[in-house]
Design a protein around this ligand. Structure first.
Ligand SMILES: N[C@@H](CCC(=O)N[C@@H](CS)C(=O)NCC(=O)O)C(=O)O
Length: 204
């Protein structure tokens, strides 16, 4: 059994989608980041950075408990533990890793920066515009890619798709206009977003 500590942000959703899609049994412990629950001593003992998501797997490798933060690390951990949704074809792996890294190191931090700049008391419009443009650029590249293949890494759904979807879904809720005009992404998002395990994972 895995304990998942998360909130409904793109990083939190990424981790939860992975656990659901990989069919791993887990208990969700919702963390209210607005109230600062991620800075409580018992949380910091699991992740000294005081950030969600975190998992605790009481039956990690060798039967030993594992505590893990970083949404993409959790994603790959779930894939390796379950043997699901990692690319089967070796030739698909470079594209898999590239999409996975882009989702967590390009796209999600852009969402975080955008929300922070946009929601700041003293809003800095040039920064807001810069992060909006950056998001649209990532999405345009993603749309071009999905014109040539069905999924992030080829013709099979992988964890890279779930990782990208978490960010897309998060922004769709807050600033849907930034997700407009990308028909291939829309086609792909409609399919990923209809998967029962993904639907379950998004209900925070
Ligand atoms: N690189 C980390 C980022 C984690 C992160 O930024 N978590 C945010 C929510 S999406 C958080 O906990 N923010 C609250 C805080 O920093 O106090 C990951 O991929 O998990």
């Amino acid at each position: 059994m895995i304990d998942l500590y998360a909130a409904g942000t793109s990083n939190g959703m990424r981790a939860r989608i992975a656990l659901e899609e990989c069919g791993l049994a887990y208990t969700l412990h919702p963390i209210n980041i607005q109230k600062g629950e991620q800075k409580a001593p018992q949380f910091l003992a699991m992740n000294p950075n005081g950030q969600i998501p975190v998992i605790v797997d009481r039956e990690g490798p060798g039967g030993k408990p594992v505590t893990l933060s970083q949404s993409s690390a959790i994603l790959v951990y779930a894939g390796e533990k379950s043997g699901k949704h990692m690319p089967k074809n070796a030739a698909d792996r470079p594209a898999f890793w590239q999409a996975l890294m882009s989702a967590s190191t390009d796209m999600t931090p852009t969402i975080g920066a955008l929300f922070a700049c946009n929601g700041a008391k003293e809003k800095h419009e040039p920064s807001v515009a810069m992060f909006k443009d950056r998001w649209k650029q990532y999405l345009k590249v993603w749309d071009d890619l999905l014109d040539t293949r069905k999924y992030a890494a080829g013709n099979e759904v992988t964890l890279a798709d779930f990782s990208l979807y978490a960010g897309y879904y998060r922004l769709n809720g807050a600033m849907p206009e930034l997700n407009a005009g990308v028909p291939n992404v829309e086609r792909w998002a409609k399919e990923i977003g209809a998967r029962p395990a993904t639907v379950r994972a998004l209900k925070f």
